[in-house]
Design a protein around this ligand. Structure first.
Ligand code: ZN
Length: 225
């Protein structure tokens, strides 16, 4: 048990080194790395910090390489264990009304952008917004861990035939079902920054093996109220 705890303590959290949540996209990792590297580079006389720079650099090396997959697997194990061992930090589970879809009918109507027959896919073009949801967080919740469960459209592999039987009665031979699943994402207190957008690669966050999200990337914008 002692060595387990030691292992957890020594496990480097490359995501938090870059101030990002687990599952962040490659692009976001790159952006954060370059931004932070500029700030902490030892040549920067005002804000340079060699130790911090090396930590960021190491984090970027791993998370931008093929080793990321392996690292992510261990990460999940370590953090599951860590959660069990440590007393839970105070966590706020956001209710569904704190999730605002940028392409929702209400939202478009409010901005006078509603056109009948406008396909959902095209809506983002009209709003000019690149993120999928706004997450409404109240100032009173600052300092707490925020948990959110976002319903997303998924394709589920047919459990009867696993997509292999064109005469399957369960899925009518289609091989998959359309369904929804809750995508669970948690933000650490220091990640709650107004107007910050986090981008997630959904295939890294799959709750079950036989699920495919319709989207590849999902962007969440933090909005403090
Ligand atoms: Zn089937």
């Amino acid at each position: 048990m002692y060595s387990e705890i030691q292992k957890i303590k020594n496990f480097p959290d490359y995501y938090s080194a870059l101030n990002l949540p687990f599952g962040s996209s490659r692009d976001l990792i790159k952006n954060y790395y370059y931004t932070l590297a500029k700030i902490f580079h030892p040549d920067n006389k005002q804000t340079g910090q060699r130790e911090k720079f090396e930590e960021i650099h190491k984090a970027y090396q791993i998370l931008s390489s093929d080793n990321r997959e392996q690292y992510d697997k261990v990460y999940i194990k370590v953090y599951t264990l860590k959660k069990k061992l440590s007393k839970e930090k105070e966590t706020v589970l956001l209710s569904q009304d704190r999730i605002q879809y940028t392409t929702s009918i209400n939202r478009l109507a409010k901005r006078g952008l509603l056109k009948t027959g406008l396909r959902k896919k095209d809506r983002s073009k009209y709003t000019g917004e690149k993120h999928d949801i706004d997450l409404i967080i109240f100032k009173s919740e600052i300092g707490k861990r925020i948990l959110v469960k976002v319903p997303l459209v998924v394709r589920l592999l047919c459990p009867s035939c696993f997509g292999s039987d064109i005469h399957c009665e369960s899925c009518s031979g289609i091989g998959t079902y359309k369904g929804t699943r809750l995508l669970q994402i948690s933000f650490e207190p220091e990640q709650i920054v107004n107007n910050r957008i986090y981008e997630f690669e959904l295939n890294r966050l799959r709750p079950e093996k036989f699920i495919h999200f319709k989207k590849k990337k999902f962007r969440i914008k933090i909005e403090l109220h």
